[in-house]
Design a protein around this ligand. Structure first.
Ligand code: HEC
Length: 119
């Protein structure tokens, strides 16, 4: 919980917000860009924590940035004209937006009580 706690900075991470953001922003791109959605069930909780702590976002396609870039306000702002979810969630500070998404991946991890396949 190290990352989640520090990323929260006083706010409570909400996996439901993360789920919406993941579907409409993260996976909107994954669907176009390589054609496969990323599923929380692909990894265990500890592996997702490690993934988001490291922040590396793969090297293929257009994914050369840190995964944290895609939850940043800078990114949300850059796509807000064509992505309603990015516009809607613009109010969240970077750390809070990231925490919601991380919480969603941990909530749906394959060793969680509620594994989530495809969102
Ligand atoms: C601009 C398009 C784009 C956006 C936005 C995007 N991704 Fe990705 N993502 C990719 C591409 C392309 C890959 C495949 C990279 C590769 O295979 O090396 C990828 C791969 C991934 C993977 C799999 C990496 C692995 O090693 O298994 C995860 C997890 C992931 N993204 C998470 C996210 C999350 C979470 C968000 C939103 C906060 C996000 N991505 C937003 C394009 C995007």
């Amino acid at each position: 919980m190290v990352l989640a706690d520090s990323a929260l900075a006083g706010a409570k991470a909400n996996w439901k917000i993360g789920r919406v953001y993941n579907r409409l922003v993260c996976n909107a791109c994954h669907r176009q860009d390589g054609g496969k959605v990323v599923s929380p069930m692909a990894r265990k909780k500890v592996e997702w924590r490690r993934y988001f702590e490291a922040g590396d976002h793969g090297t293929g396609g257009s994914a050369n940035d840190s995964v944290h870039y895609y939850t940043s306000r800078a990114y949300r702002s850059a796509i807000k004209a064509e992505n309603k979810a990015a516009a809607k969630f613009l109010k969240f500070p970077d750390a809070a937006m990231s925490a919601h998404v991380v919480e969603f991946y941990i909530h749906g991890a394959k060793d969680s009580d509620t594994p989530a396949r495809c969102q």
